[in-house]
Design a protein around this ligand. Structure first.
Ligand SMILES: *Cc1c(COP(=O)(O)O)cnc(C)c1O
Length: 362
């Protein structure tokens, strides 16, 4: 079986975990949490990092500290994993779903610009997602954010190790098992604003005002990352450059192996992309079989693959939301198939994937 995205645990994970167990620091206090935060802040190039229990928790807190309130609107990618759109609903705000552009499959900044120029109304934030590890036009988005005085909250969950999270007001990462690096489960917020970082940290620990007296000053959450999870994260982060190099090599190899197949579109990317999951588009008419049929062929050969997410404007919980465009996201969902992309994927395995795809083309 060739998995879609398996974690790569061959560094100091064992050693650091043993340290946690030997010292008894296994819960939300302990030296690895701070160490992991500092190392992440340095790797991403931001002043402050707050580690939390998941990427979804990071997005929830980022929206809160950025001042998004019930009744506000938030412009967000229509083609995305559902977590950021759910998080907008957690704070009582309303997602305004923005289609992808066809070149890089990222949020269409032209649509964002047009919408804001017509009058931003209740828009209180822009939440672009770095889909599959490529950043959208962040420069244009931050400029729009400044012009309309609304923060840009970046969902960089799939893009650690790229140019993600460096320029936006606040950025969120995920360390779920299938992401670029993992802590077993975890997330991170980075920002250059000390007051936002401090507030996020406060909210993540039940908003304790006075821990001795047991006083709290607002409704907080239990969103802290454990020391054991952070220990795994410290070990993983040491290998980030190597992981990114491997993923970019996989992407180059897939591009070479799959070139020239009729009806197959290779994944776009920039030199900075993480190529988190290498994804191709299958045009059923030109390729000869559907994306679903190709997925079944791959499964029969012991190869895991996965379609791109259903666009949020078609998803059950968010289908009532306003959507700007939507046709590109629909096409990417219909045709998109993510291929095995683990760091440890062997060239021979990649070649097997390519062979099954090539032989499936009629
Ligand atoms: C994985 C992911 C998340 C959520 O991360 P969790 O750690 O699973 O909560 C959010 N946004 C995107 C784009 C993701 O890919």
């Amino acid at each position: 079986m060739i998995p879609l995205s398996a974690p790569e645990l061959r560094g100091n994970e064992w050693k650091y975990l043993q340290e946690c167990l030997d010292t008894g620091w296994v819960s939300s206090a302990g030296p690895f949490v701070g160490r992991f935060e500092s190392a992440c802040a340095a790797a991403i190039g931001r002043s402050h990092a707050v580690a939390v229990a998941s990427g979804t928790a990071a997005l929830h807190l980022a929206l809160l500290v950025a001042g998004v309130r019930p009744g506000d609107d938030v412009l967000v990618s229509d083609l995305t994993f559902i977590a950021p759109v759910n998080a907008i609903r957690y704070v009582g705000a309303t997602p305004v779903l923005v289609d992808a552009e066809p070149a890089y499959w990222q949020i269409d900044t032209g649509l964002v610009c047009e919408y804001l120029r017509r009058g931003p109304g209740r828009v209180r934030a822009i939440l672009p997602v770095d889909v599959l590890g490529t950043t959208p036009d962040i420069r244009a988005l931050t400029q729009l954010g400044r012009q309309f005085n609304i923060p840009v909250i970046e969902d960089a969950s799939e893009a650690l190790g790229s140019d993600a999270g460096k320029l936006t007001d606040i950025a969120c990462f995920s360390f779920n098992g299938n992401k670029v690096i993992t802590t077993g489960g975890g997330g991170l917020i980075v920002t250059d604003r000390p007051e936002w970082a401090e507030h996020a940290r406060h909210l993540s620990t039940q908003a304790r005002e006075d821990p001795v007296e047991g006083k709290h000053d607002e409704i907080g959450y239990n969103y802290r990352l454990s020391n054991t999870a952070a220990a795994i994260g410290c070990a993983q982060l040491e290998m980030l450059d190597e992981f990114i190099r491997a993923k970019r090599e996989h992407a180059a190899r897939y591009a070479a192996e799959l070139a020239g197949i009729p009806g197959l579109t290779l994944m776009p990317g920039t030199p900075e992309s993480t190529y988190w999951l290498y994804t191709v588009l299958i045009d059923e008419n030109a390729f000869g079989i559907s994306r679903t049929a190709l997925q079944q062929n791959l499964a029969r050969a012991g190869i895991e693959s996965r379609p791109l997410w259903q666009p949020m404007h078609l998803s059950k919980p968010h289908r009532g939301c306003r959507v700007l465009g939507g046709g590109v996201a629909e096409r990417l969902h219909r045709d998109g198939l993510s291929l095995p992309s683990s760091v440890g994927l062997k060239p021979a395995q990649l070649q097997r994937v390519a062979t099954v795809i090539r032989e499936s083309c009629r």
